[in-house]
Design a protein around this ligand. Structure first.
Ligand SMILES: Cc1ncc(COP(=O)(O)O)c(C=O)c1O
Length: 405
């Protein structure tokens, strides 16, 4: 069950909101910073997973770098205190404006995803009288055994340069006065749970690819394995901190690196998912012909993952737990939102404590790819961030009836 220290205060906060467990978040960030220090693997947080300012201030204060995918993410990362030299800029379709923004900031490396992009970035560097620090994102054609929507390292995916185009890529980069060759980047997918097997395979492929590159005379100074570590969506309390140990160890044991080579990773989901929950209130308990529906005040505009990927999130009735001592019977519900789309459903046939209008519901493990993907569809307002140690500062639920004559 979601840990809530002061349920009486929590209950007064206006819903829906994203609730961040700051203690857990700090522990997660500290664990990663400590492993980075111990193994010498540099960590660049993938800002796309969650751009909440307070969370990012904490991550940058631990010395982490950032992985960005837009010009505005780069500027925002700088404003959150990330060192520009530790910012990498990936993305399959960078605009001229964004490329110039990145030069302006002085980022650590452009992670270039196609032969066409090598040409454009090098041409912009020439026009600006600069040299572009450049990593090539290689598509190693590895199946990470995850959802096909979040698989990125297969030949059919739009990401990266296929290993079949090596020779052309090398010819474009080598001896190019506008490119400072930085290294190679690989990101094979997200929510990887078979960490040892998949990451070992990734390392073996990367070792081969690095050798092939270096046989051309190019020196691969930096090797970046991307992100992808999965989290336990079924049991967030059983595994609140993802298995970073195994990830770092598998990389350290399997990736060949010389002392002049630096290793990087780009975790997103694993740093933020378990610290965040979407909190919503039951508006109606509707008895349909064949089903019971819990109709809540958060919608797919607040958390689109279930509608977009069929993603599973654990759902809990926190009011039943904290106010009624978990003494209620259970019932089976479809938990749905107010948006006018049939896909606006957070979970089908979920067994929950018998729920009532006004109960608070927690949709767990929503810290990654949750709030950042929110929209104002149906002109619904954005759900704000509320932090476990600052509940008193959160916007309170209004008493609407007091204002009606
Ligand atoms: C290049 C790159 N690096 C890192 C990440 C972060 O992945 P994850 O959130 O699975 O750790 C992504 C996610 O899409 C990515 O595309």
């Amino acid at each position: 069950m979601l840990k809530i220290e002061d349920f009486a205060s929590f209950r007064r906060v206006a819903t829906p909101f994203y609730y961040y467990d700051i203690d857990l978040f700090r522990q997660t960030a500290e664990k990663v910073a400590e492993l980075s220090e111990r193994t010498g693997i540099h960590v660049h947080y993938s800002l796309k997973a969650n751009s909440d300012r307070r969370l990012n201030d904490i991550l940058s204060s631990k010395g982490l770098g950032a992985d960005c995918v837009s010009g505005d993410e780069i500027d925002y990362a700088v404003s959150c205190g990330y060192n520009p030299k530790k910012i990498f800029f990936a993305g399959v379709a960078k605009s001229d404006k964004e490329i110039c923004q990145a030069f302006q900031v002085g980022i650590g490396a452009f992670v270039v995803e196609s032969l066409e992009e090598i040409e454009i970035v090098s041409d912009i560097a020439r026009r600006l009288g600069r040299r572009a620090p450049m990593s090539l994102r290689i598509n190693p054609n590895i199946d990470p055994h995850t959802h096909h929507y979040i698989t990125t390292g297969l030949y059919e995916d739009k990401f990266g340069i296929s290993d079949r185009s090596f020779d052309e890529a090398v010819a474009m980069v080598k001896d190019n006065p506008y490119i400072d060759f930085f290294g190679l980047q690989f990101h094979i997918g997200s929510q990887i749970m078979e960490v040892e097997d998949v990451i070992r395979l990734e390392c073996e492929k990367v070792n081969d690819i690095v050798k092939r590159f270096e046989s051309t005379g190019l020196v691969v100074r930096n090797i970046d394995l991307g992100g992808g570590l999965g989290v336990d969506y079924d049991d967030p309390d059983g595994h609140p901190i993802p298995d970073f140990e195994t990830w770092f160890r598998t990389i350290s044991d399997n990736l060949e690196r010389r002392p002049d080579q630096t290793l990087h990773i780009e975790p997103g989901r694993s740093l933020v998912a378990q610290s965040g929950s979407l909190i919503t209130e039951v508006l109606y308990v509707k008895k349909g012909e064949n089903k019971r529906f819990l109709m809540v005040d958060a919608g797919m505009n607040d958390l689109i993952r279930p509608a977009l990927y069929g993603a599973y999130h654990k759902i809990e009735n926190v009011t039943a737990f904290y106010e009624d001592n978990n003494s209620r019977d259970t019932r089976v519900y479809d938990v749905v939102g107010p948006v006018c789309e049939s896909s606006d459903c957070f979970g089908k046939e979920r067994s929950l404590a018998k729920s009532r209008r006004g109960d608070r519901i927690a949709i767990r493990s929503a810290g990654a790819y949750g709030q950042v993907m929110a929209s104002r569809y149906n002109m619904r307002p954005f759900a704000p961030s509320v932090y476990s140690d600052r509940i008193a500062e959160a916007p309170k639920r209004k008493d609407y009836f007091a204002e009606v004559d």
